[in-house]
Design a protein around this ligand. Sequence first.
Ligand code: CAA
Length: 388
Amino acid sequence: MDFSLTEEHEMIQSAAREFAQGEIAPVAAEFDESGEFPVETIRAAGELGFMGVEIPEEYGGAGLDPVSYVLIMTEISAADASHGTIVSVNNSLYGVPLIEFGTEEQKQTFLKPVASGEVNGAYALTEPQSGSDARAMRSKAVLSADGTHYTINAKKSWITSGGVARYVILFAQTEQPDGRATGISAFVVDTEVEGFMRGKKEPKLGIRASATCEIELTDYRCPVENRIGDEGQGFKIAMTVLDSGRIGIAAQALGIAQAAYEAALEYSRDRKAFGSSIGSFQSIQNKLADMRTRIEASRLLVLQAAWAKAKAKETGAKNTLNACMAKLYASETCMWVTHQALQIHGGMGYSKELPLERYFRDAKITEIYEGTSEIQRMVIARLETGLR
Ligand code: CAA
């Protein structure tokens, strides 16, 4: 067994770090403060292939592997978690349903412009009354009598990039013209078509630049060709997508934790109290030792989940367990590490002059979106015990 990155992965990691530290880190605080969507840096990320890392080049992506994706996500999120979120939605939540379940025409029309970073995509699963219990959605798509289109009425909330997305993957309960329910199905929705409306922008604690909003569809006419997969296959598509997405969020959590740890390490060397660097005090040393250890454990789980995803692609196996364990552990590590890093900085950690308070605020979402820690534990325990 060899735990080192390949030369190619090291090059991808350095390219991502150079871009993230050179272009994103300098504007992170400004976009956090304004809550504006960072259009220019996101388009620049697209030019480098970071908006469709695993999507084949013929569909506008970079054609790289899952390990490259987590390396890129970690570096971008270390510079700014808002950018990390936007990148992850394009890559995983929007890209995966189309690459795995889309038709050739859907890939050409709806995947290419998003994977190349020309426009943004979004993923609409959650509704005001259904978050963790995703199957309880009420949005409805009714097939027309002539079978050419669906009429969609939907209300979706917490849609990352919803404020700017050109296309949205949307899930709804489907019905035949005679009223027969056929389960949840997935659709690509064009936000420039009549009947689509963006709603309230969410005023959030963290990842403030990621344009999260409600969306509403009223009598929206969706051509039948824009359904992804079969009627009734939507929930399985949504869950398969989250198996990929959760690895990206784990990588995001790792990046935030890494940035907070590096800042705390440097500060503990420089800051003097009682005549010594605070890093020489055992109470600070214990924190640093635990932070580093938990971060390294997260890194191994993230890389293992990415590696296993590549293997699972070859064999057709599921990668749910690895994805959930990586997301659970890395997100809780991220929350804990950013808390400790802020504490090591004392009053300066609480100040907006340093990024510590932003890391701390951004960390929290990683324990919530793409399945809360409670949902990750539930899925892991169900898989382990075979019980529900
Ligand atoms: N892959 C494929 N199929 C899967 C699957 C997976 N990982 N997990 C479940 N399924 C299938 C099951 O096999 C089952 O199929 P059958 O009906 O044929 O048997 C079906 O889906 C239903 O599965 P469950 O009985 O397990 O469903 P459930 O309702 O008990 O619970 C859940 C499922 C795990 C709790 C799920 O609802 C869940 O993950 N909830 C959390 C939702 C979530 O993560 N939301 C995040 C929104 S996206 C987001 O955050 C976006 C953002 O802004 C970044």
